[in-house]
Design a protein around this ligand. Structure first.
Ligand code: NAG
Ligand code: NAG
Ligand code: NAG
Ligand code: NAG
Length: 467
């Protein structure tokens, strides 16, 4: 999904000539919309770490943190999308689709890179010398450190931890610098020490790891300030922080359809309607807006934390004279009876993390589909999808006046109403290809056959509004 021009540009700042290496395919000649999407995504590294010297890990001051690019590499390209499974691809395609963002991240000075539990062509990433030592460190010139995922080295063997000596030997010699050992660190240290003392792991390899870890720790000022600066803790959840989160929401929404015909845009909606119907399982639920990895590992529905739902935000946005009707799962009859001027239908997925999110059909759960059909057949509707990934929407698109991908907007639902009611324009564009049906997958920008519903980097604006 990344164009090679991005590599050429960033690698030239590192003094490498990737365009001349035939393994990495051809270089694109002109700057395009697509490369700018890639470059904006890795700009998050500047936000986390501050600004420094290109290609060198840095953390500019104590208000910043060390960034980690993960999970290296091919994590999103596994067979049938099975979590932590095998990514079967040629080197050229692996580089074009999956390595490209790391090239950009390294150029922007990312401090650490975490490995993926997954395999590439049957070899676990946690023991892949070619992709870690040769590609990342030598060819791409990564100067930060490579870290394992939690217990990642234990999973090198088919039965986890079946041969811990092999786990330590293979991973350290492949080029891992820091190992995430959540429980038995004494076993790790003694196993590593034995392997070094018996010559199976060289001191040169240990020196490389220590050099990289110290380089990052020095750049973070950890020797001057070993502990966290707790003076920042009152900012957590503060109004200022929420305003930033709200801005992030309105800038990340992607408008994918606006009006049944181009000449008759449906958005922005009027704040001065008589009646508005807000429908759908996801219209009034902070937990569903947040998704997985929020408060708990898998996340959950409900009021898991303080926040504003889309329904709260709609009520706050419209005129006091506007009646807001809320129905989670209305029948067509109920929807028709509201006589609403328009409907806002908010549907999507349940929260998930890791393997619990594995799904080969990628459809909107049934209740959401029924609500789209029931409401949009009776009332002109905007559909807002809350999901961590593209889902099948093509069959329902003709029913909708407008369609917005809101991803997982988190606690600040008013970031959604900021744009749908026209206080700001949409600026988001797709960071991945939106398929028509799941059997098209995998489908990436630049593939010889590319027939998406919405192409990579697609996104509409409403025009003439503040952005
Ligand atoms: C991929 O998933 C299949 C089915 O669950 C499993 O049998 C196989 O071992 C997995 N492969 C890897 C490399 O994880
Ligand atoms: C464990 O791994 C080591 C290092 O690869 C190997 O020499 C040894 O034979 C393995 N032991 C077993 C029981 O497979
Ligand atoms: C809001 O709508 C009412 C009823 O249509 C109308 O009388 C009023 O002028 C509108 N107000 C604004 C500010 O557009
Ligand atoms: C799609 O897959 C998910 C996860 O396996 C499953 O829960 C759901 O029932 C499936 N939906 C359909 C329509 O097959």
């Amino acid at each position: 999904m990344y164009r090679l021009f991005a590599h050429a540009l960033t690698l030239s700042t590192l003094g490498l000539k990737v365009c001349r290496d035939p393994r990495w395919g051809r270089c694109y000649e002109s700057f395009s919309e697509d490369t700018s999407v890639v470059r904006m995504m890795t700009d998050v590294i500047y936000g986390l770490q501050g600004n420094g010297t290109p290609g060198i890990p840095f953390v500019s001051d104590r208000s910043k943190v060390a960034a980690c690019a993960k999970h290296y590499v091919g994590d999103g390209g596994t067979q049938r999308g099975i979590n932590s499974n095998d990514t079967i691809l040629s080197y050229e395609d692996l580089f074009r689709i999956h390595v490209a963002p790391y090239v950009d991240a390294i150029a922007k000075g990312v401090s650490t890179i975490m490995l993926s539990y997954s395999s590439w062509n049957g070899v676990k990433m946690h023991m892949n010398h070619r992709l870690i030592s040769t590609l990342l460190k030598q060819e791409l010139g990564f100067k930060g450190f490579v870290i394992s995922d939690m217990e990642g080295i234990d999973f090198i063997t088919d039965i986890p931890d079946a041969n811990y000596t092999a786990s330590v030997l293979e991973s350290i010699n492949a080029g891992l610098d820091m190992i995430m050992v959540p429980f038995d660190y004494e076993k790790f240290i003694s196993t590593l020490r034995t392997l070094v003392n018996t010559g199976y792991i060289s001191m040169q390899r240990i020196d490389d790891a220590v050099t990289r870890i110290l380089r990052v720790k020095f750049s973070m000022g950890l020797f001057e300030h070993p502990l966290a600066d707790r003076s920042f803790s009152p900012h957590l959840g503060s109004q200022d922080n929420r305003m930033v989160a709200r801005e992030a929401v309105r800038k990340s929404l992607v408008l994918l359809k606006n009006g049944k015909t181009e000449s008759r845009p449906f958005l922005p909606l009027s704040k001065n309607a008589t009646r508005v119907l807000v429908a759908g399982t996801h219209a009034d639920d902070v937990g569903l807006q947040c998704g997985g990895w929020t408060i708990s590992w898998q996340g959950s529905a409900g009021s898991i934390t303080k926040g504003t739902t889309v329904l709260d935000a709609v009520k706050a946005a419209v005129f006091t004279t506007t009646q807001v009707i809320h129905e989670a799962s209305p029948t067509a009859e109920v929807a028709a009876k509201t006589k609403a001027d328009f409907a806002i239908v908010v549907v999507g997925e349940q929260p998930y993390a890791e393997g619990a999110g594995d799904n080969t059909n990628l459809t909107i759960p049934d209740e959401g589909i029924s609500t789209i059909k029931n409401v949009c057949s009776e009332v002109k509707c905007l559909v807002i999808l809350i999901s961590g990934r593209p889902l099948v929407v093509e069959p329902y698109l003709p029913l909708m006046e407008a369609f917005v991908a809101a991803w997982l907007p988190g606690t600040e639902g008013n970031g959604v109403t900021d744009v749908i009611f026209g206080d700001y324009d949409f600026v988001g564009s797709l960071s991945r290809t939106w398929f028509k049906s799941a059997d098209q997958l995998p489908m990436n920008f630049g593939d010889p056959i590319y027939d998406p519903l919405f192409r990579f980097a697609f996104g509409l604006g409403m025009g003439k509004l503040p952005r």
